[in-house]
Design a protein around this ligand. Structure first.
Ligand code: MG
Length: 240
């Protein structure tokens, strides 16, 4: 009898690297703006658009949980501040954002992602819990996931408890029946621990563990190691 019933996964930098996709999205966004709102070039470039997002975030900190809305707001403001009407700003901000999202979903999965998810899905409910705006429906890992919650849906980001609670409500499980898997020491491991989940740290870059947090129940350097790490946690629970 397995005591673990569900595995929740972070997405960005846990199942794929996001570092290439975001700059590519920004490049496509800016290329669109230069073509359709050419006056923007006199006022903004890619770094200053990034800065504009940070400035808006400072004024409206709650947008940290709504990063799609934040990006569209920044694009709209930049277009308007470059001399275009509010109507054109809305239209082109949405179109430029759509191009960003296309690029954002062109991710290359880490080795063994599909094999690992396929194996786990035969034994556990699998969920995705993301602070980002990846849409699981646009990704090749979609068939393996039973549920998906984003910070934008629950208006709160990990390490806050809301995303973990959403997983518990969805599955009607207790935290000790769940393992959360992620790359971020604070958001995923500390957050998962605070919610009472077992945790697995995906450390593909082999970084040292930061002293200020309690270590995860297991650490893996490759996604292929996750099923064995889960078995080890199951064994340690039985021997308690
Ligand atoms: Mg991550």
């Amino acid at each position: 009898m397995r005591s673990i019933k569900a595995i929740t996964f972070d997405l960005d930098n846990t199942l794929w690297h996001i570092s290439q996709a975001i700059p590519e999205g920004e490049r496509r966004t800016f290329a669109y703006l230069k073509r359709h709102c050419p006056d923007i070039e006199a006022h903004y470039d890619i770094p200053s658009l990034r800065q504009l997002m940070l400035d808006i975030l400072k004024q409206q900190p709650s947008l940290t949980h709504q990063i799609s809305r934040l990006r569209k707001l920044a694009l709209g403001q930049a277009i308007q501040k470059s001399g275009y009407s509010n109507e054109l700003a809305q239209l082109h901000a949405q179109a430029a954002f759509d191009l960003f999202m296309d690029a954002r979903h062109e991710v290359v999965l880490f080795d063994y992602a599909i094999e690992m998810l396929d194996e786990l899905h035969q034994h556990y409910q699998l969920g995705a819990l993301t602070n980002g705006n990846a849409d699981i429906n646009r990704l090749p890992v979609k068939p393996f996931f039973d549920f998906y919650y984003s910070a934008e849906q629950v208006l709160s980001s990990k390490p806050n408890p809301e995303l973990f609670q959403a997983a518990l409500s969805h599955t009607s499980l207790t935290p000790s029946q769940c393992i959360h898997v992620g790359d971020h020491c604070e958001h995923d491991i500390f957050g998962g621990q605070q919610a009472g989940f077992y945790t697995i740290w995906v450390n593909t870059d082999r970084k040292p563990w930061p002293q200020e947090y309690l270590p995860a129940d297991a650490e893996v350097h490759c996604l292929s190691e996750i099923p064995a790490a889960i078995s080890d946690i199951e064994t340690s629970i039985k021997h308690r």
